[in-house]
Design a binder for this molecule. Structure first.
Ligand code: FAD
Length: 427
């Protein structure tokens, strides 16, 4: 019977636990979670910096966050987000949803809270030819322990280590620099001149939120189109240099600011992986992974949640079911050489399509194809196409710009696997 280690009890780790516990070929499931609570990203705390154990605060959640995807496409296939009046719901409702998911499938009793994974090393042995030594520490007792497992699910989350751009002079800036990872409440910016760098979902959301309390918000971004002036009256191209309190922009203009708020995204990081695991992260490309999921050199390890611009929770479910089917022997993975060739081909195709290395795991419009390829290989049910349709609609530039301030008033209703309607349009 397989012994499985799951690292992290966020949405991905809980989903792994739910399916592993249901599989008769699995005998032991340990879910190791460094914090005292399940839910990962969705746990809100006012604290920033380090926690009581000296570890970096994991969550990047801010107080007023409402989901940026409608809840209708955020549920698990066997456990939808409960009905409510709105589609875009507050973070605490997603946290409660994850708690009830874990309770329903009795996942919670398999979580070792306050257990920090320090080291994961592959070694020879076991029926699949390789095993894993996982060393973790109880943060309460300080005691380290090493356990042997047959399989490892890496579910440690990918929105917690800030990506800091290299802007000349940033380190000597004479105001305050913060990353969105540490952003909690708009009030701390009251009456300050704030430069928001980056206009991804967080950048736009936070810029709008702080506009209500600050004297001036400048949004610096490199989108081809400008956002409507009514949303962001002051927009600038990329910031290229900082001197004292002045930011200089690509178009030759300059602005004096008090705060630089970096909404510049996150980096994948796996500090516990020994280099013999074979996984390398370079410019936010995690490789070599087969289907953004399986460690090609050590296929008894998988990574849940690497692709971005996807319906995250449904995708976690599909990825987990794929890997659990492999554990149970329901299908065979290709050889190492075939998986490597598959990954190389995908990388080459991405280059031809104009994607940068940083976009190695951007899925977006290819989501349905990605889902289908996983389910076809594992012999599982794929996800309904209506998920992709709603995701592409709700994340499209037009939706986020023409209606940014009120797109969250839209209420989606799924009619069937293929069709949806918008009941109330916030336009
Ligand atoms: P996480 O939720 O980050 O969980 C990882 C867990 O692993 C954490 O509990 C962490 O403590 C634990 N862990 C990490 N390292 C270790 C270690 N060494 N030892 C033990 N435990 C460890 N997605 C959506 O679908 N819709 C949204 O509206 C949405 N909004 C978002 C808003 C913000 C501000 C952010 C940051 C993300 C948002 N996301 C959204 C993406 C969201 O992160 C994912 O949907 C999902 O919650 C990620 O789940 P996860 O389990 O992969 O990671």
């Amino acid at each position: 019977m397989a012994r499985v280690c799951v690292i992290g009890a966020g949405a991905a780790g809980l989903c792994a636990g739910r399916h592993l516990l249901a599989d008769p070929s699995v005998g032991l499931v340990d879910i190791l979670e460094q914090t005292s609570q399940l839910g990962g990203t969705w746990v809100y705390t006012e604290s920033t910096g380090c926690n009581d154990f000296g570890l970096p605060i994991h969550t990047s959640m801010y107080k007023n966050l409402r989901t940026n995807l409608p809840k209708e496409i955020m549920g698990f296939p066997d456990f939808p987000v409960p009905e409510s009046e709105q589609s875009y719901i507050p973070a605490n409702e997603i946290l409660a949803f994850l708690q009830s998911y874990a309770d329903k499938y009795d996942v919670t009793s398999h979580i070792k809270f306050n257990h920090y994974v320090q080291l994961v090393i592959p070694k020879a042995g076991g029926p699949r030819g390789e095993l894993w030594d996982v060393t973790f520490k109880s943060l309460v007792t300080g005691e380290p322990e090493t356990r042997e497992y047959d399989f490892v699910f890496v579910c440690n989350g990918h929105y917690n280590m800030p990506s800091i751009p290299s802007i000349p002079g940033l380190e000597e800036f004479q105001g305050e620099v913060i990353h969105s990872h540490d952003y909690r409440l708009p009030e701390i910016f009251a009456d300050k001149r704030v430069l928001v760098v980056g206009a991804g979902p967080s950048g736009m959301d936070i810029a709008l939120e702080i506009t209500a309390v600050t004297s001036k918000v400048i949004l610096s971004h490199h989108h081809k189109k400008q956002f409507p002036q009514t949303m962001f009256p002051e927009q600038k191209p990329d910031v290229i240099k900082i001197k004292e309190k002045t930011a200089f922009f690509e178009d030759g203009s300059e602005e004096e600011v008090d705060v630089i708020l970096l909404c510049t995204g996150y980096q994948y990081n796996f500090p516990f992986l020994h280099q013999s695991s074979g996984i390398v992260v370079d410019d936010n490309c995690v490789e070599p992974l087969y289907k953004h999921l399986v460690n090609i050199h050590h296929p008894t390890m998988c990574f849940i949640g690497i692709p971005n611009y996807v319906c995250a929770f449904p995708m976690f479910d599909l990825q987990v079911r794929y890997f659990v089917r492999w554990i149970s022997g329901a299908f065979s993975l290709p050889t190492e050489a075939q998986m490597q060739a598959h990954w190389e081909q995908e990388k080459a195709e991405r280059v031809m399509r104009g994607y940068t290395r940083r976009q190695a795991h951007f899925i977006g419009p290819d989501q349905e194809k990605y889902f289908a390829s996983l389910s076809a290989e594992a012999g599982t049910k794929t996800l309904p196409s209506v998920l992709t349709k709603i995701m592409l609609k709700s994340l499209c530039f037009q939706n986020l710009t023409n209606q940014c301030t009120n797109y969250r008033q839209n209420i989606y209703k799924i009619i069937n696997d293929d069709t949806y309607e918008i009941l109330s349009n916030g336009k």
